[in-house]
Design a protein around this ligand. Structure first.
Ligand SMILES: Cc1cc2nc3c(=O)[nH]c(=O)nc-3n(C[C@H](O)[C@H](O)[C@H](O)COP(=O)(O)OP(=O)(O)OC[C@H]3O[C@@H](n4cnc5c(N)ncnc54)[C@H](O)[C@@H]3O)c2cc1C
Ligand SMILES: O=C(O)CCC(=O)C(=O)O
Length: 322
């Protein structure tokens, strides 16, 4: 979508082997709380988050909000011990960030410190389906296709944008990319209105429009997509200890996804070349635990790199004509 906006003369095609509801993005809670990428400067991460937050805030404040599955949600991030960093880099992007009062902390007798704020949540699959609808309305072609090698696209397309998530491990052989398996439960608990997150991200409760997402797990290098029943029970128990009213909730779905993790998102131009033929590629993958939190910001950067590829192609074709 960002490419159609920044390069309106481009004809864009989406190729994907899986679509919603069968992607990693469909598993996510979709909450906007950044995870830090150790090898990316903080000001860049903050800019990605800010772009994403203000873009989604505008959608949440429009008639599209319910179909897009975008809504504001308030709640608490709680800590058993007071953390060293009490003001995360994103604290002035979310709304109303403040330390919790002692009265609020009484809800969590095991915890000593907490932060209250309002952020945004993207409910999936609705958000994915809404994006797909907007793509089609912009004239984008969408085809199911598994790509074995980016080079196979060189005859059909001038520029390739690689947004394959964990699929990039095989597609481009990126050894720096690894899966972090996550399991979540979707439960019916319409009385739960506030999010609750353990400061280390181990346990969370995120109310959505139709269900509440309970998590989580983080298992590095585990490629299994099968839900584990013991883990389901463990997640449920951990969430009930933070929000005892969940004991009365019914589990409607268990989902597993592989976070495409890396020390930094791969946001990069590359030119593939074989026998004198060139194929410009823009990589935009490796969003780990925070893909929703930064997706619009990173998409804008990727679209900018596509613009640079177009300029380079135009430059080389006018040189060739000379
Ligand atoms: C349990 C869990 C909870 C999460 N919660 C949150 C959250 O609350 N907030 C947040 O910000 N982030 C969250 N995340 C992280 C977020 O889900 C990811 O960062 C994000 O979904 C990655 O998006 P993506 O588009 O890169 O990958 P994907 O959603 O996996 O999309 C990649 C697409 O590429 C296609 N593809 C891959 N390889 C090929 C190929 N060879 N040929 C053709 N197509 C290919 C796939 O079929 C897929 O459609 C969570 C993740 C998990 C697992
Ligand atoms: O960490 C969180 O609180 C949100 C969920 C998430 O991003 C994840 O499980 O990866």
């Amino acid at each position: 979508l960002c490419i159609t906006e920044t390069c309106p003369s481009c004809s864009v095609t989406v190729l994907s082997d899986q679509f919603s509801p069968n992607t990693t993005s469909d598993v996510a809670a979709g909450i906007l709380i950044p995870h830090t990428y150790p090898d990316t400067p903080i000001h860049v991460q903050k800019q990605w988050f800010k772009e994403t937050f203000s873009h989604l805030f505008a959608i949440s404040n429009s008639a599209e909000a319910s179909e897009a599955g975008i809504h504001l949600v308030s709640g608490w991030q709680i800590f058993k011990n007071t953390p060293k960093e009490q003001l995360p880099f994103w604290s002035d992007v979310v709304l109303g960030f403040r330390p919790m009062s002692q009265a609020e902390l009484q809800k969590f007798p095991q915890h000593r410190f907490g932060q209250a704020f309002t952020t945004l949540k993207c409910d999936c699959p609705p958000y994915m389906l809404w994006l797909e609808k907007r793509l089609k309305a912009s004239g984008v072609q969408i085809y199911p296709r598994k790509v074995a090698d980016l080079w196979e696209l060189h005859r059909e397309y001038n520029i390739v944008v690689n947004c394959a998530g964990i699929g990039a491990h095989q597609l481009v052989g990126d050894k720096k990319l690894f899966p972090v398996r996550g399991q979540v439960l979707k439960v019916q608990a319409p009385w739960v209105k506030n999010f609750i997150r353990e400061g280390d991200g181990s346990t969370y409760i995120y109310p959505g429009i139709d269900s509440v997402t309970l998590g989580g797990t983080r298992e590095k290098d585990n490629w299994s997509l099968s839900p584990d029943p013991d883990t389901t029970q463990d997640i449920f128990d951990r969430c009930c200890s933070l929000e005892p009213s969940l004991r009365g909730a019914q589990v409607v779905k268990v989902k597993v996804g592989l976070r495409p993790s890396r020390q930094c998102i791969r946001m990069q131009r590359e030119v593939l070349s074989r026998g004198g033929v060139k194929l410009p590629v823009v990589h935009n993958y490796g969003h780990g635990s925070g893909g929703f939190s930064v997706h619009r910001g990173t998409a804008k950067d990727a679209a900018h790199l596509v613009g640079e590829c177009i300029a380079a192609l135009q430059g080389s074709s006018s040189r060739a004509k000379l």
